[in-house]
Design a protein around this ligand. Structure first.
Ligand code: M6R
Length: 357
């Protein structure tokens, strides 16, 4: 039930810190170690490459998952849009392991890949929010995201829960591969949950940003580098999906290769800047579009901020920043849709679960 909330989406955005804490409690054993099926752990450790399959928002979580698994666990990862992979399969490595990410566990495009991969007898894992769903039943292993029912068509808490589970998995594989275990994933995730709470309590600021930047506009750009680029894609999808504003996410360095031609006086752009190693590059990308008239709202992280930034996120582990940076973007989409009088929980032309190819 949505209780006092005007929309499920807002309720589900607010639930995110709690969901992360729930994920922590489900995957942490009494000794503080990671609770993961030993068979799954072995199969992952034998793999020479991980292939992540998903659609929409789950695909965006999969892109973050690639960074988590590569940078923390040190395994090569490819993240694919399921419908593309199905009909244009790349050359596979000799010991592949497949991860399917799906909130509903019923998405036909992802299932199409799972059916094919099972025929090839490769090991499979589904990360899903729905126990007993088709993708969960048909894969060798399942990791649940414990986000609770997600009713709004626009996915919010499922996305952050998927990232949390992927992070735990990455740290687990790292431990098994005996890379230096200097970070406690549960501690890092609980710091992120606290930071998410702080952002959720800044709703008025987000409403103000929408009023200032998106009130009269028909389009909006999101830019970032690394995981911030992946969050940009998600921010743009959210905005398109529920407010019908034309939005696109771009890699900061790619704008000058074409997209910058679209920037004119007053074009709204949202820049995300949480990655220290590309801070200077992002700052100059922001300057490039400002100089062409873009109306830029910058969301940065503490320690990387500049005085004119519009929102500063609390510091979290550098690969867990999507858990926090996505919250202002979800709220921006929400308020933009609200101002436009859109049907927030049931946007036009969309279904919660897409069971046709
Ligand atoms: O249930 P799934 O995670 O497999 O769904 C995948 C997409 O259809 C879904 O994430 C969709 O993009 C959302 N409506 C986005 O908010």
């Amino acid at each position: 039930e949505k209780g006092l909330y005007p929309h499920y989406m807002l309720k589900e955005i607010d639930e995110q810190p709690l969901v992360i804490r729930k994920v922590i409690s489900k995957y942490q054993d009494s000794e503080g170690s990671i609770r993961i099926d030993a068979g799954l752990r072995n199969r992952l450790n034998e793999a020479d490459r991980i292939y992540i399959m998903a659609c929409g928002t789950s695909y965006h979580a999969g892109l973050v998952g690639k960074q988590l698994l590569e940078k923390i666990a040190g395994i090569p990862v490819e993240t694919h849009i399921a419908s593309e992979f199905l009909y244009n399969r790349p050359i596979l490595s000799s010991k592949p392991f497949f991860i399917f990410i799906s909130q509903s566990g019923e998405t036909a495009d992802s299932r199409g890949v799972l059916v094919t991969i099972k025929q090839l007898q490769y090991p499979t894992l589904t990360i899903t929010n729905v126990p007993g769903s088709t993708l969960s039943r048909e894969a060798d292993y399942t990791l649940l995201t414990y986000a609770g029912p997600e009713i709004a068509v626009a996915s919010t808490k499922a996305y952050t829960a998927q990232i949390a589970v992927l992070a735990i998995l990455a740290f687990d594989v790292m431990r098994e591969r005996e890379r230096a275990p200097h970070v406690n994933p549960f501690h890092e995730l609980s710091i992120a949950a606290n930071a998410m709470e702080i952002m959720i309590n800044k709703k008025e600021m987000m409403e103000e940003i929408v009023w200032q930047y998106l009130n009269a506009s028909r389009n909006c750009f999101f830019i970032g580098r690394g995981v911030d680029y992946y969050v940009s894609l998600e921010g743009a999808l959210k905005l398109k999906e529920i407010s019908y504003i034309q939005a696109e996410g771009f890699a900061g360095g790619e704008l000058k290769h074409g997209t910058i031609a679209l920037i004119e006086e007053g074009t709204p752009a949202i820049a995300i800047l949480t990655q220290a190693h590309v801070r200077a590059n992002m700052r100059s990308n922001v300057q490039e579009i400002k100089a062409r008239g873009a109306h830029v709202c910058t969301i940065s992280m503490e320690g990387l901020e500049e005085s004119e930034d519009h929102m500063v996120l609390p510091v979290v582990h550098e690969l867990l920043t999507p858990l926090v940076s996505v919250i202002p973007l979800q709220l921006i989409a929400y308020y933009a849709a609200k101002y436009r009088g859109c049907d927030i929980d049931k946007p036009r032309n969309l279904a919660k679960s897409v069971t046709v190819e």
